[in-house]
Design a protein around this ligand. Sequence first.
Ligand code: PLP
Length: 396
Amino acid sequence: MDTTTTSRARGLQPAERMSRLGTESAFEVLAAARALEAQGHHVVHLEIGEPDFDTPKNIVDAGIKALKDGWTHYGPSAGLPDVRDAIAKDVSKRRGIKVDAENVVITPGAKPVMFYTMLDLVESGDEVIYPDPGFPIYESLVKFLEATPVPVLLKEENDFRLDVGELLDKVTDRTRLLIINSPHNPTGSVLTAADLEAIGKVCSERNIPVLADEIYSRIIYDGEHRSIWSEPGMDELTIILDGMSKTYAMTGWRLGYGVMPEAMAKRVAQLMTNSNSCTASFSQRALMEGLTGDQSDVDRMVSTFKSRRELVVKLLNDIPGVSCRMPAGAFYAFANVKSLGRNVKELADDLLQKHKVATLGGTAFGDGGEGYLRLSYAASEADLREGIARIARGLA
Ligand code: PLP
């Protein structure tokens, strides 16, 4: 058989790498919950990580105006220059650092920053360290790129913060990238100034780049957000991932950005040219309004999350056999259900199918999530009360 026939015979058989790609279970659980709703059931949604608020009106109006004003064409791959500049100013101000427009690449949602960072830095066989439990796409991309996933366990007794001793145990001369995420999905933990200092020291001494997933940087309940970028030497090794999805309730607009050393930003812009060409121009105008306009909707949203956080933690702790720490940021509660001795994926499936409340088993975020259920409290107070009552019945 000649090679033309062989390749034709493969038809739509996927490339081998596709078998290494993972997924984000939240989307699968959402689909299962929607299927139940289509059969007429009432489901309480505590699974998906998106604010239950509308995008602030000033931002929507700016998007509509931009469409009417003709922002409907291609723009530069790294983003519109004045919008990159506004992001650089905002990032600098909120983190006490100094970055410029040349450090910024605007992307369709923040997720592509993970992909581009790894495509740019990680070779097959390299090791990438990331938190477990952690956002599932980190591990998925590491495997996809034939690199070696090196999870580092986040322990409840350390408030689910990355322990520097444990990090050091995982560092080898093949370590190519460390991923940190603060505030953290799924546990709501926040790295302290001392944590960041110690992690920064480990990485700057060994020249290890850090992908700092700061998508929840504005959803923090005590104190100010800090970035590892501000640690000595880390301005040359950090890629900040942030965006509009969570802070401004703009998940469906697909607006995110990466902030990184300038030479890398040029390469990431080239990856944008090769994949998306650019982020939608009118949505970038809306981003501009989000960052530079009135922030009172964001403040209101965060203070609402804060009071819900207290409610959810109390209601969960009232359930026999369940305990839950107070999260310091993001909008997730990570409830310990170890005493029930159940496989948490099966438990979450049961809660959905029998009690019509959608949650995620902690193992959706890695083996380190066994024994936990993740609840998103980006839901109304009424839904939170009803959903947790259903959980209590399901666990009884
Ligand atoms: N990083 C973390 C930790 C997240 O939880 C999410 C979304 O759930 C993202 C990144 C992706 O954000 P975006 O929707 O802007 O791509």
